[in-house]
Design a protein around this ligand. Structure first.
Ligand SMILES: NC(=O)c1ccc[n+]([C@@H]2O[C@H](COP(=O)([O-])OP(=O)(O)OC[C@H]3O[C@@H](n4cnc5c(N)ncnc54)[C@H](OP(=O)(O)O)[C@@H]3O)[C@@H](O)[C@H]2O)c1
Length: 321
């Protein structure tokens, strides 16, 4: 029998997944969290919820049968599975386009009440990026197979658990100079992960359907401004050098050889395009789902991990003295 108050989450071990588990279980929902490896990710997922509110499911090869088995347990499904770079040929298409196609086909067969799919902001014009094209194809597939889906398109999502601010905090701690691609002029609308989790929670509570919503925070910053804010927060000064595209490409080609690449050629292409509202779709603010957390204030809450004095360099301590 389907449990009306349970949520099935694919990609639950990631930054957004963990925040969602906390939000939903705190509010008395049961969460069925899917991961490819309980052995590797289970210990992180389990600590996000109160005892008794979480069911862990391991699926490492997705097919109609195992997705259907999971969907029979619930009426609400959230798909957070996504990758930033390909480890194998066509992986973007498989993960961002083919998998959502299969999920929504099965969701439709099982008559789910809500399907929420995470895509990305600022991809409409990025016709030269494989990431962007695969995400757009995924949106099309989701809308076609499960027309009442809610498709969410966030800008950069940040928190102490992210792949963005924390990577730059580490990188800026090590490098004496920081290259700026496209002169650091690309614009972003960062949203804090808990603001995004609140938006997703409200979408479930208010039974929002058939919408595509751009999820943005309250501020717009250029890439250079973001880096300057991170530097201020970790109390470091670095030389920021605009890198001509020719050298940026060499840079990306070298970086993408790393096991966990800092930058790939595809990401360099994507960085050309502003990550701000497209005006094609409504935003969370149009639905009165505000996102109020301010970038500088929020990163200051965890950046002390990357400052020279660690937690004891926090302003809070200075005030006591
Ligand atoms: N974070 C952002 O700034 C941002 C911005 C725009 C859009 N989004 C989108 O929001 C969604 C969630 O983002 P996130 O930041 O939470 O991502 P994340 O931290 O990278 O987590 C994504 C999850 O996807 C699963 N996954 C990764 N590769 C997979 C594969 N090959 N097969 C099956 N599952 C795989 C992983 O789960 P397991 O390892 O447990 O299986 C992982 O926990 C993604 O679709 C992302 O594209 C994120």
């Amino acid at each position: 029998m389907k449990n009306q108050d349970s949520i099935l989450i694919f990609g639950s071990s990631g930054q957004i997944g963990k925040s969602l588990i906390r939000k939903f279980t705190k509010n008395n929902y049961r969460v069925i969290a899917v991961t490819r490896s309980i052995h590797r990710k289970g210990y992180q997922i389990k600590t996000q919820s109160n005892f008794g509110y979480l069911e862990l499911e391991e699926v490492n090869s997705f097919n109609e049968e195992n997705i259907s088995r999971l969907m029979r347990k619930t009426s609400i499904c959230i798909n957070l599975i996504g990758i930033l770079y390909e480890k194998k040929e066509n992986q973007f298409d498989l993960i961002h386009s083919d998998l959502p196609f299969l999920m929504t086909k099965v969701a439709s067969k099982n008559a789910l009440k809500q399907f929420i799919h995470l895509s990305a902001l600022g991809i409409e014009s990025a016709k030269d990026s494989k990431y962007a094209l695969s995400k757009l194809e995924g949106e099309k597939n989701v809308r076609q197979n499960f027309p009442s889906s809610v498709i969410l398109k966030p800008s950069i999502v940040y928190s102490v658990d992210d792949n963005f601010t924390t990577n730059f905090m580490s990188l800026l701690g090590m490098l004496p100079v920081m290259p700026l691609y496209y002169e650091g002029k690309t614009k972003f609308t960062p949203i804090h992960v808990t603001d995004l989790a609140n938006i997703i929670f409200e979408i479930v509570q208010k039974k929002v359907s058939s919408e595509t919503i751009e999820c943005i925070g309250p501020e717009v910053f250029t890439f250079k401004e973001l880096i300057l804010k991170i530097l201020k927060s970790i109390k470091k000064k670095r030389l920021l050098i605009p890198l001509p595209l020719f050298f940026a490409k060499i840079n990306a080609k070298l970086f993408q050889l790393m096991p966990k690449p800092l930058l790939t050629m595809d990401q360099l292409k994507l960085l050309k395009y502003d990550n701000i509202v497209s005006k094609i779709y409504k935003t969370n603010f149009d639905f009165n789902m505000n996102a109020n957390k301010r970038f500088e204030e929020e990163i200051n809450r965890y950046s002390f991990n990357w400052t020279s004095g660690g937690q004891f360099s926090k302003k809070r301590i200075d005030k006591i003295n």
